[in-house]
Design a protein around this ligand. Structure first.
Ligand SMILES: O=C(O)c1ccc(O)c(O)c1
Ligand SMILES: [Mg+2]
Length: 609
């Protein structure tokens, strides 16, 4: 269910991603030209077991004649399973008006089916759908299975059905492990909506939504469950995405789930063997960020960096790459990266984090199925490990102390007067809607970061969702944004451009320096500061300074945030300058609509490309 395409497409994708087995969904089997025996053979060739056949719906009935017909239908499926080599069938709780309410009568009908299954050496796994007519909670499905009292009758637990209803999974640990026949895992964002629609359209892989999957899995394993961890994710985007890509995303989520559980519950039973991902070495800030530029955008960006107080300090020995520095902030302008953004564009092409152990960081990324990038370097150049993020951004791992800097020959450029920028505060990457959750999981897990809360703002070209990931010391912050919908020709292709944000200890001194050097700064409407004045008790002189220099403002319970922005440069990127006061944890996202409106005004006024 997680994957797009036909059964043939799906099998190839899951095998390539390293899965051990599959659930076969009835619709896929019906639509394949392969006989059940041929499906079994194909799976065996690929090293895949068929762990579940599903689903069997609406088995029980208060109408005994109807139950008899249901039983005949079930027996046909049991025979099919024998040919398929699948030993467990999923029976989900009934939704029809004739569903059996009396738990003993329901148990009796399940018992009858279990006898038919046992005669063929098969098993029945009974699952409570959250919208089942009379059975919609795990404890009620357990009651029916317990009373059904047959060795071929057990429970299928599905994290979505348990957690979406806010049910307490704590008691699951007390269930007899041998009665847990199957486990389905799915995460989901917290939404207030009809639970069936929520389940069929918005499920996500573990770690991509808001449910406590490690806590849930811990309960199930503590009960003694020893079967497969199966992903059952109904999701409108995944249904249309290249299944090879989705399968990798899925496997990454499982590896991360195992690690999260091991970290949380060191007293797991000994028989539970969790993944041994290489731990994430601590990160210590950005070594550099890189912009891909061309002959048009390169000089535009270089000029802007100079007005921001950066100096062109180095030229790469063998590649058309410039190094620009200010404080600990380093930006590379790379004219050798071929991208599809169009002539005159610039884009964030790479970010490099300093880690305590770059080799271990790269090994972890590889274990998490990140594509390792081929290296092309001269004999004396630093050997930087890099992987590709889902959005195409290259992620480099560098040792503290920056030995890669020796790849650059010093230039004799006249130093730009500093504007007081100290380091890179964050990198903000706009994501295509279809890969937002995948990217958030990737950056968080590969780099060993934690997620911040997700926020949404109403911007000139539609709602924009933001989610950031960061390390506990906030040395590496990555902000991800996504337009929740993109339709028609009116709105820009990427409504929210990428940006690099640099930190200063004195936003107003920096603002004065930038104005003096002619930096292309964004003008902020007076209405914005009037609103701040009405809402907040800011000191009049602070407000006056903000008005004068186009500084925006936000605060949270931990501190304050002052920030300003440049024009969009090279059609795709801009720079931000930020000052964080105390422990402000966010990114001034509330102000993004004002910034985006100002960028829009400039696009209208500017030269047409
Ligand atoms: O949406 C459904 O019908 C459906 C079917 C089978 C499942 O295991 C499930 O969780 C949901
Ligand atoms: Mg299920």
């Amino acid at each position: 269910m997680c994957l797009s395409g036909t059964l043939e497409d799906k099998l190839a994708a899951v095998a390539a991603a390293g899965f051990d087995g599959i659930e076969v969904f009835e619709n896929d089997l019906i639509a394949t030209p392969w006989s059940p025996a041929e499906v079994a053979a194909r799976c065996a060739d690929l090293g895949l077991s068929i762990d579940l056949y599903q689903p069997f719906r609406d088995l029980d009935s208060v109408d005994e004649e109807q139950f008899g017909r249901n039983l005949r239908r079930a027996e046909a499926k049991l025979d099919l399973m024998v040919a398929l080599g699948a030993d467990t069938v999923l029976v989900c709780s009934s939704v029809g008006d004739d569903a059996v309410a009396d738990v003993d009568r329901l148990a009796g009908q399940l018992h009858t089916l279990a006898e038919r299954a046992a005669a063929r050496g098969l098993r029945i796994a009974y699952e409570a759908l959250a919208w089942g007519r009379h059975v919609s909670t795990w404890d009620r499905s357990w009651e029916a299975v317990r009373r059904g009292d047959h060795s071929a009758l057990g429970l299928c637990l599905d994290s979505f059905h348990v957690l979406s209803r806010g049910s307490d999974p704590t008691g699951i640990a007390d269930l007899p492990g041998e009665k847990l026949f199957f486990l389905q895992l799915a995460d989901a964002p917290h939404l207030n909506m009809d639970v069936l629609q929520w389940s069929r359209h918005h499920r996500l892989f573990p770690g991509q939504g808001g449910f406590d999957l490690p806590g849930f899995l811990g309960q199930v394993l503590a009960a003694g469950y020893s079967g497969p961890l199966s992903l059952e994710v109904f999701n409108d985007v995944f249904r249309q995405t290249d299944p090879a890509r989705t399968a990798v995303d899925a496997m990454r989520s499982l590896l991360a789930l195992e690690e999260a559980l091991a970290g949380r519950d060191p007293r797991l039973p000994e028989r539970v063997r969790l993944s041994t991902l290489p731990p994430a070495p601590p990160v210590a800030g950005y070594a550099f960020t890189e912009l891909a530029v061309d002959g048009v955008s390169g000089p535009v960006i270089a000029t802007a960096l100079a007005t921001l107080g950066f100096t062109h300090t180095g030229q790469h020995r063998s590649k058309p790459v410039q190094l620009w520095e200010q404080g600990r902030a380093r930006v590379l302008l790379n004219a050798a990266v071929v991208r599809s953004d169009g002539a005159g564009a610039a884009a964030i092409s790479a970010l490099a984090v300093e880690t305590a152990d770059p080799v271990a960081s790269a090994a972890r990324a590889e274990a998490l199925l990140a594509p390792v990038l081929p290296r092309s370097r001269g004999a004396t150049e630093a050997d930087l490990a890099a992987v590709a993020a889902p959005d195409g951004t290259e992620v480099f791992f560098c040792r503290a102390g920056a030995d890669w800097l020796t790849d650059f020959l010093p230039t004799r450029s006249r130093p730009s007067p500093s504007a007081g920028l100290t380091h890179t505060d964050h990198v903000a990457l706009a994501q295509p809607f279809d890969h937002f959750d995948e990217a958030a999981l990737f950056y968080r897990v590969v780099l060993g970061l934690q997620p911040d809360a997700t926020t949404e703002v109403a911007a000139p070209f539609g709602l924009v969702r933001h989610r950031a990931v960061t390390d506990s010391d906030h040395t590496v912050r990555i902000g991800l944004s996504v337009a929740l919908l993109r339709r028609g020709e009116w709105a820009p292709g990427v409504p929210d451009p990428q940006h690099l944000a640099f930190a200063t200890d004195d936003i107003f001194a920096t603002a004065r320096a930038l104005h003096a050097h002619g930096a292309p700064l964004l003008e902020v409407p007076a209405n914005y500061h009037d609103d701040l004045e009405a809402r907040l008790d800011l000191a009049p002189e602070t407000l006056a300074a903000m008005r004068e220099s186009g500084v925006l403002y936000d605060r949270d319970e931990h501190g304050e945030y002052f920030h300003l922005h440049t024009h969009v440069l090279g059609s795709r990127v801009f720079f931000e300058v930020v000052q964080r006061i105390a422990d402000y944890t966010s990114y001034g996202t509330v102000n993004a609509p004002v910034r985006m409106a100002a960028h829009r005004r400039l696009r209208m006024a500017g030269p047409k490309r």
